[in-house]
Write a protein that binds this ligand. Sequence first.
Ligand code: 9MD
Length: 232
Amino acid sequence: KEKVEITKEQQALMKIITDAYNRHQIPQDVAKKLLQDQYSAEENFLLLTEMATSQVQVLVEFTKNIPGFLSLDREDQIALLKGSAVEAMFLRSAQVFSRKMPSGHTEVLEERIRKSGISEEFITPMFNFYKSIGELHMVQEEQALLTTVTILTPDRPYVKDQQAVERLQETMLDVLRKLCVLQHPQEPQYFARLLGRLTELRTLSHYHTEMLVSWRMNDHKFTPLLCEIWDV
Ligand SMILES: O=C(NC1CCCCC1)[C@H]([C@@H]1CCCCO1)n1c(-c2ccc(Cl)cc2)nc2cc(F)c(Cl)cc21
């Protein structure tokens, strides 16, 4: 049985990424807001667009801390951000939803989101994804690395130097693989399960435009940044 060992460099890389990931979280806690009050579909939509807008800004700051990201071609940096923003938003939403909460809170949160204005047809796939992320009980380093791996997806539209992105992604995947083996020794398949969630994430993200335009209200308003990032 080969001894898995995280090198000093990989340890340093993981610390940089995890610290940046924890530093760059959206300011106010959307879960707390949703647990406090019930909102109308319009208020929920506004809350989502505000949260998503600030999360994109936070994502840009986070990527600046990914070693090697700023050395990529600048247009490729934009292509990677644009290509991963929706997935990063759903991944973050799943992580927020899966956080340990006082008993009963998760049920209230789920109910509020079910009734927030999202069309029925998207509720099940969305919560299936959130629950499958929750079942993984990821440590924060795994969450940070998984988001980083998602951002560094070489086959996003308009990426010119895919090899450069692939090299960076492989560096992160190697650390994540070792971390999974060390964190979940009883589950040799854990790393594979984790990557399988990225496939589920990509599928869910295909629905996001429909999810937004079918929000149960008229006149959906988006911020200029979201118009840039979302196909709306
Ligand atoms: O604001 C949200 N998520 C932010 C986005 C930036 C990162 C932090 C989390 C939304 C909420 C949904 C209800 C109405 C208010 O917005 N949201 C979504 C969601 C996201 C996209 C679509 Cl199209 C539909 C729903 N899933 C969530 C899971 C959760 F646990 C919580 Cl607390 C909120 C969640």
